[in-house]
Design a protein. Structure first.
Lengths: 108, 114
């Protein structure tokens, strides 16, 4: 069955630095979604990517969908304390399968 | 409009008991999915219901079951509880029609099995 893997599992970032989290699927995806879960909260939708090679930006967040539609990345520039949380990618292949997430902590 | 509502928020059960969790989706949404979240494991897909029918199922034992009512509300049942069933159970609602769109999650039910 479909497996979605995310790396790294943990990301410790100095405030102001950039980082990237990666998502890889064992199968081709029709689309991919990204969610953010704050500590103690529930996942909240960030974005959906549908087209091969698609790139979307939300302020300091840049999302990319691979050409083969099997991988995706989330790049955050100038990290802020408000970026703390766990970022999940979710691949859509008949069902929404979530990766294990990248948990981000920020050093002020 | 109101968000996804899950009840109860917290639950403590004894090993061997059974439990029923409830999820009321956003008005107009016909798809409800259930996930189990444990530390370091991400969200494990349990099942998805659409218009009262189970549309997809994850790799969980038969002790985990669910159903959806005509008003799209969904329940999840776990029988013969095991210690390893302790987790946050999340439900997510979406329109469920055409290409999948964003899922709206409830606050979750924190189940502790002792």
């Amino acid at each position: 069955g479909q497996q979605v893997m995310q790396i790294p599992q943990y990301q410790h970032v100095q405030e102001g630095e950039d980082f990237t989290t990666y998502c890889n699927s064992s199968t081709t995806l029709s689309n991919i979604q990204w969610y953010k879960q704050r500590p103690g909260g529930h996942p909240v939708f960030l974005i959906q990517l549908v087209k091969s090679g698609e790139v979307k930006k939300q302020k300091r967040l840049t999302f990319q969908f691979g050409e083969a539609k099997k991988n995706s990345s989330l790049h955050i520039t100038a990290t802020q304390t408000t970026d703390v949380g766990t970022y999940f990618c979710a691949g859509d292949d008949y069902k929404l399968s979530f990766g294990a997430g990248t948990t981000v902590t920020v050093r002020a | 409009k109101a968000g996804v509502t899950q009840t109860p928020r917290y639950l403590i059960k004894t090993r061997g008991q059974q439990v029923t969790l409830s999820c009321s989706p956003i008005s107009g949404h016909r798809s409800v999915s259930w996930y189990q979240q444990t530390p370091g494991q991400g969200l494990q897909f349990l099942f998805e219901y659409f218009s009262e029918t189970q549309r997809n199922k994850g790799n969980f034992p038969g002790r985990f079951s669910g159903r959806q009512f005509s008003n799209s509300r969904s329940e999840m049942n776990v029988s013969t509880l095991e210690l390893g069933d302790s987790a946050l159970y999340l439900c997510a609602s979406s329109s469920g029609e055409g290409m999948r769109t964003e899922a709206f999650f409830g606050q979750g039910t924190r189940l502790t099995v002792v």
